[in-house]
Structures are given as structure tokens and as C-alpha cells.
Write a protein that binds this ligand. Structure first.
Ligand SMILES: [Zn+2]
Length: 291
């Protein structure tokens, strides 16, 4: 599933290709992942793409409507979430269409912006610019922008650290890969309670998270299965994974075998030696479940 670095990689590619372009036509395949299709069909033709932004795992295209009779150009946002397998690619209009392509936006430069999604867990919707602030207010903080103080207060809860990091109302954009990678680097067990982390551990986690996200953006994301950037190329960060997907393989620090357990309903990979389990009941649960 694309997380913050993958979505940022797509956004950077789209930002190099789209601003200033006009949408000249639309074509849809399956549309069950699109909210209010008639609204898209009415608003997109003739609209110009002014800006490309990332909001957590959402891609936002700011659109200006064509000049109306009264001359005003009300702005709107096309928001796209890639779900599990979504791909948002700019290509020449005559390039072959990949299977599971569901949206074609024709552009005024003989190219197309295409949305492809095998599993269709993605989402697409249009909203007025005035609606955006309330939409963003429901998302958590941007992990690369949050201050250390705000980071600490967001984590000061009696919930497992992994669950807190994954909660999109706490931080926007984090998923399984980058939480596991950050927790491994900070030497924190995924079942530790956020409120019980020592100040030094909070500092280590804050630094690890920023480092992991920045490195992953630099390497243009992780391609585990389907991820490609806006030009259709895979990322490279999967070669740097230290915990995620490495069950049974030796820890890069101490050689102990990486284990996988379920935390917050998701697989969590960690080193049982570098990331000691919390004391008490949860520790026994870890032993039971991690075999
Ligand atoms: Zn280790």
C-alpha cells in the first residue's frame, strides 16, 4: 500500500508535468471508487490544473474552472487516494492502456493522466476549495512537519505505539512499512504503550521517523508489489528495509532473527533483542503469538 514516501514520489512527478495543463476530455471505466461521478463529469472538462499537493496519503490537484460568463474561476480540488494498488501516471495519449485503467483525463499537450487500480480500494472525489480545510482537519499531523513537542503529546496515550503511528487521525500518511522501519531504528517494540516511552525513546523515534521518511522519499519510495511513480517507474527504498518483510532473517544490528507479530490488526516486524517487549501481560501475549 502506498504510504507517505510513495505518494510524495507520485506528487513530485505530477507536479513536474501537470500545472498549467488543461483537462480537455474524460473517459471512465469502472467508477465504483469515485464519489459523486456526475460532479466530476461536470467540473473537469476545460478546467486547468493549477497545483499538485500531498495531504498525507491523498494526492490533491487544485483545479480552476474555465472562465464562466461572469468571469470568475472558482477553485476546486480533485482528491485521489491510491488505496492498495492505485497508480496515477502521466503518459502519451497514444501509449498502450494497461489493464485495470479506470480513469483517463486527456490533457492539452497530447498526454493523458491515467488512474489504474487492480483492486479498486482507491478513492477519487472532487471538493470545493472551501471544503478542503474541514477535510484536512479530520486528518492527523503531517509527520515531516510536526514539532517534537506536538509529536510527544500525540503519542502520550495508553495505546500501542504501532497503533498510534498507524492512526491517520494522529499522523497522516504512515503505514506498515515506515512504522516498522522507524520502530526498528529507534529500538522500540511495536506493542510498547505510547505513554510509557522514555524521553530518550521519543527523541529516537522522532528522529528515526523523519530520517526513514526522508530517505524513502529520496529513493522514490518502496516498490513491494505494485507501486510505480507518475512515470511508471518503481522505487528503490525496499532495498533499505531493515525490519519490514524480513521475518526469519537476521537483524542487521545483532543477528537475531526478525519476528512477525500482529499489532493493531497488522503484521509487525521487529527484532526481539533490539526491541525488547514491554513487561507484563503484553509480553506473554507477544511470546504466544510470535512463535
Ligand atoms: Zn537486533
Amino acid at each position: 500500500m502506498p504510504e507517505l514516501p510513495e505518494v510524495e514520489t507520485v506528487v513530485r512527478g505530477l507536479r513536474a508535468a501537470l500545472p498549467g495543463r488543461i483537462i480537455t476530455g474524460l473517459h471512465f471505466g469502472n467508477t465504483d471508487f469515485i464519489a459523486d461521478l456526475p460532479r466530476l463529469e461536470a467540473a473537469l472538462p476545460g478546467a486547468s490544473i493549477e497545483e499538485v499537493c500531498r495531504f498525507g496519503k491523498f494526492i490533491g490537484l487544485r483545479l480552476a474552472a474555465p472562465h464562466g460568463a461572469n468571469g470568475n474561476r472558482p477553485a476546486s480540488w480533485l482528491l485521489v487516494h491510491l488505496g492498495m494498488t492505485g497508480q496515477f501516471v502521466v503518459c502519451r495519449a497514444d501509449s498502450p492502456v494497461r489493464p485495470h485503467t479506470h480513469v483517463w483525463l486527456a490533457l492539452d499537450d497530447a498526454r493523458e493522466l491515467r488512474y489504474t487500480d487492480i483492486r479498486r480500494f482507491g478513492k477519487m472525489r472532487l471538493m470545493d476549495a472551501a471544503e478542503l480545510p474541514s477535510f484536512l482537519a479530520r486528518l492527523g499531523s503531517e509527520p515531516l512537519e510536526v514539532s517534537f513537542e506536538a509529536f510527544c503529546s500525540a503519542l502520550s496515550r495508553r495505546a500501542m505505539i504501532k497503533a498510534l503511528l498507524l492512526d491517520q487521525h494522529v499522523f497522516r500518511g504512515l503505514g506498515n512499512i515506515y512504522t516498522d522501519e522507524s520502530l526498528w531504528r529507534a529500538r522500540i517494540h511495536p506493542r510498547r504503550l505510547g505513554a510509557r516511552l522514555k524521553p530518550s525513546e521519543r527523541r529516537a523515534l522522532y528522529a528515526a521517523l523523519r530520517r526513514v521518511l526522508a530517505d524513502a522519499i529520496r529513493l522514490r519510495g518502496s516498490s513491494i508489489s505494485d507501486f510505480v511513480d507518475s512515470a511508471g517507474s518503481p522505487g528503490d527504498y525496499q532495498r533499505r528495509h531493515r525490519a519490514y518483510g524480513r521475518e526469519g532473517e537476521p537483524c542487521y544490528r545483532c543477528g537475531t532473527k526478525i519476528r512477525r507479530i500482529i499489532v493493531a490488526g497488522r503484521s509487525s516486524y521487529f527484532c526481539p533483542r533490539c526491541q525488547p517487549a514491554p513487561k507484563g501481560r503484553s509480553q506473554r501475549a507477544v511470546r504466544r503469538q510470535s512463535r
